[in-house]
Ligand binder design. Sequence first.
Ligand code: ADP
Ligand code: ASP
Ligand code: MG
Length: 445
Amino acid sequence: MEIKTVKFGGSSLCDAAHFRMVGDIIKSDPSRLFVVPSAPGKRSRDDVKITDMLYECYRLSREHAPDEAFDSVYEVICGRYRQIIEGLGLAYDISGELEYIKHAILHRAGRDYAASRGEYLSGIILAKFLGFDFVDAENVIFFGENGALDSERTVQELTAELKRHGEKGVVIPGFYGIMPNGTVKTFSRGGSDVTGSIVALASGSTLYENWTDVSGFMVADPRIVDNPRVIGRITYRELRELSYMGASVLHQDSIFPVRNAGIPINIKNTMRPEDPGTMIVADAPDYDSGRVITGIAGKKGFSVVTIGHDMMNSEIGFGRRVLEVFEEYGLSFEHLPSGIDTMSVVLSTPEFEKKRERVLASLGHMIHPDTLTVEDGLALIAVVGRGMVRAKGTAARVFGSVSDAGVNIKMIDQGSDELNIILGVEEADFEKAVKAIYYEFLPEG
Ligand code: ADP
Ligand code: ASP
Ligand code: MG
């Protein structure tokens, strides 16, 4: 029997008209039984997401005594939910919930609690609109002491809870769960995708549909390349590489729960439900052999620390000592390109920034390097494709196209499994490089 978990992103639930589209999609297929909503997102380019307004309310509540600034932001949030309820023609008075949440935020319920209320209220409204049961994520999504998802307990309790609802549809708000001490905790931004994935696993779904505002995962970010091609099929591993490297369509951690169970993810467009979207699967031996690459993603904001030391290569334990310094400061690195006499450590600038002076001082007296330099403003680009193993000369085409566009490549790293090629360029060249690679492999657009 087919059972589907459907997650709807913020743009799919931004106002009453979108709630209606979502309702139509769910009602058009009786196997769409488990629904995970996000908080209402932007209605237009310069609108503000409910989640961002809730973070702002939290900040205002901590900065000074409750005042007009807090009230004015909170009122906008209330207005948006009231408009949705009215637009849906629901006889539901949300005032009690809104009062309670305001009071809780003002009385130190915590930043994650504040942020999570966007999804909570979306979930309550959607459940009423659909006539589905509401299951609060705080009763079924559990985090451990270390702040990471407690998958075992979550799957066990969530499975049992969902069974209790039988054939009836259920709405479970995305993005949050509960800590062992009873406080609400959220996943990182975009985390409703992760909730959807866990619900798909626990409900025994045969498909996880992730509904958003684009017709699938595209070969490149549509904000950089005009009208990029939609990827028909992509493997979990390729998708993980791309989402980790900044393709924000799907949260990078949403692969894990469904991957082991082999539940495919289908990315779909709420505004164009007839489009097939992208299927994310365990294995896709079929690929367009003319295409070679599956996708390109990237992000800005990296720093490179380069340690020069003569004869470094023959000094056993050198690399370990360098990495120990970064470990001591709790810094994880992205890449480690190295040469005979140099070793570079690529890190996220915002994380490195806070510890920069201490790390450099420590490297100085632990390693005694001949040279020690830091370069900021690096962007990383990942070119990913399961077809790259078989196609000779892919790396040459990637680097050639970027150089031809007049972009200087500052760093190169190729994964040993030949699934990806990573290159570092200056931030100012980022968009130009992504476009150059895209048109090299998809000259027809
Ligand atoms: P949702 O609110 O539905 O969770 P997101 O904003 O998280 O949606 O993700 C969808 C957005 O991801 C798209 O609108 C698009 O701007 C952006 N995006 C970035 N990279 C890609 C890509 N490779 N393919 C498709 N969309 C992408
Ligand atoms: N509403 C949350 C965010 O904006 C979670 C999500 O949309 O997935 O990050
Ligand atoms: Mg998202």
